[in-house]
Design a binder for this molecule. Structure first.
Ligand code: PNS
Length: 160
């Protein structure tokens, strides 16, 4: 039984994240999609709002995923869950430096946990939650980049 963790901010969930979740769910017995609660970041969506959307979109579609929330060190959380693998999506070379640093720091902290990088479909290679928020905030369309429910929640949030 191999359990993997796919950690992230998911603020908001994009089709790029879903692509990585789909690939991970095919590879591992269980994938824990874990939202970081980071008091230093000011997210657009609260953790509860993100969980709610992810529950609605992901749970009917993937049978071997679990949603969770964590704080503190990722490797401590992974150890608590007995997860052997951390999955991260890597889009372009520009992601590599940050991801490489994180993977090696995590390895130093917890050598028994492996970080695995997966590439999303190339159509999502430029997609990020940050750009989705920026485009939506400035009135651009994010259709096809995020699930419809996320699009609706984004528009509602920006109207409020
Ligand atoms: O979606 P993101 O914001 O790129 O995800 C970043 C995340 C959550 C994977 C990273 O910030 C993280 O693991 N934070 C937990 C704190 C931690 O373990 N820090 C040391 C990492 S080397």
């Amino acid at each position: 039984m191999i359990r993997a963790i796919y950690p992230g901010s998911f603020d908001p969930l994009t089709n790029g994240h879903i692509d990585i979740i789909e690939r991970s769910a095919r590879l591992f017995d269980e994938v824990v999609v874990a939202i970081l609660t980071n008091p230093q970041k000011a997210p657009l969506f609260t953790v509860e709002e993100r969980l709610d959307v992810m529950r609605e979109i992901l749970q009917p579609r993937f049978k071997n995923i679990r949603l969770d929330v964590f704080h503190g060190l990722l490797v401590d959380y992974a150890r608590r869950l007995s997860a052997k693998v951390i999955v991260r999506g890597i889009r372009a070379i520009s992601d590599y430096e940050y991801e490489f640093q994180m993977a090696l720091m995590n390895r130093r902290l917890s050598p028994e946990i492996e970080t695995l990088f997966l590439m999303p479909a190339e159509s999502y290679s430029y997609l990020s939650s940050r750009l989705v928020k920026e485009v939506a905030e400035l009135g651009g369309s994010v259709k096809g980049l995020v699930p419809e429910l996320v699009e609706q929640r984004l528009l509602a949030k920006l109207r409020s």
